[in-house]
Design a protein around this ligand. Structure first.
Ligand code: ZN
Length: 242
């Protein structure tokens, strides 16, 4: 009898504490979210004063496993540095079109010099593009492995990056002879060239399965997208602005 009572109460409490993403990335809101500080998400949170500290449970889990992955794979790496997430109840986050429903996160590219920015700074401190190419400090191998990990292990259909970064990673995959591997194609497909991503990448998650009021975004076109980056750039401009 005791056990029978315990299970339904546990389920109700579990649901009350769950977050809910509502609406679309650029027209939505967020319920039941906790800040990364309340949850103890293992990241370096940047721009703390802006108070975009909130995510869905699913984004919290994704940031946590990404952080763990970095720690295990690259023990000498800097910690994952995360810029804006969403406001406590979601909705408009000035300076962004999206970040409204707890499913978007801005993250600093992994660096060769492993520098960690101060959480008090008011803006990104490094442009990773120089002369239309990723800079020397852009860690090609590590960023690509992190992107592969995210696409494989989390519900991440899109990662917005600067077009020159996608170009570099397409070339990197070709040079390594892995351009036809399904996992590589899936990762490159998720990398969406987008302006305003010279300083950070933007991770976007799918609607969580149980968040019935969350509005789905159609999946990116199939294939790596490496053959025609200019068309992709044009198409993705309609989908997002950061
Ligand atoms: Zn963003």
């Amino acid at each position: 009898m005791k056990n029978l009572l315990f299970i339904p109460i546990f389920l109700v409490i579990g649901r009350l504490h769950a977050s809910e993403a509502i609406g679309f990335y650029s027209k939505g809101s967020l319920l039941g979210a906790q800040s990364v500080f309340e949850r103890g998400t293992p990241i370096q949170k940047l721009f703390v004063a802006r108070k975009r500290l909130y995510t869905t449970d699913e984004m919290h889990n994704t940031l946590s496993i990404a952080s763990e992955f970095i720690k295990n794979e690259f023990p000498d790496s800097e910690i994952l540095q995360v810029g804006d997430l969403s406001e406590r109840l979601g909705g408009e986050a000035i300076g962004h079109a999206s970040h409204q429903n707890g499913l978007d996160a801005d993250i600093v590219y992994l660096r060769r010099n492993k520098y960690v920015q101060s959480p008090d700074a008011s803006n990104w401190d490094e442009d990773f593009i120089s002369n239309s190419r990723p800079s020397k400090n852009f860690n090609t191998e590590r960023n690509f492995l992190l992107f592969k990990f995210l696409v494989k292990n989390a519900a991440v259909p899109r990662i917005f990056v600067d077009a020159s970064i996608k170009k570099l990673l397409c070339q990197f995959a070709k040079d390594n002879g892995e351009i036809t591997h399904p996992e590589t194609i899936a990762t490159l497909r998720a990398l969406r060239p987008q302006d305003l991503h010279r300083t950070h990448f933007h991770l976007r998650m799918n609607c969580p399965v149980n968040d019935h009021e969350c509005v789905l975004q159609s999946a990116p076109q199939s294939g790596s997208g490496c053959d025609d980056l200019s068309i992709l750039l044009e198409a993705s401009a309609e989908l997002h602005s950061c």
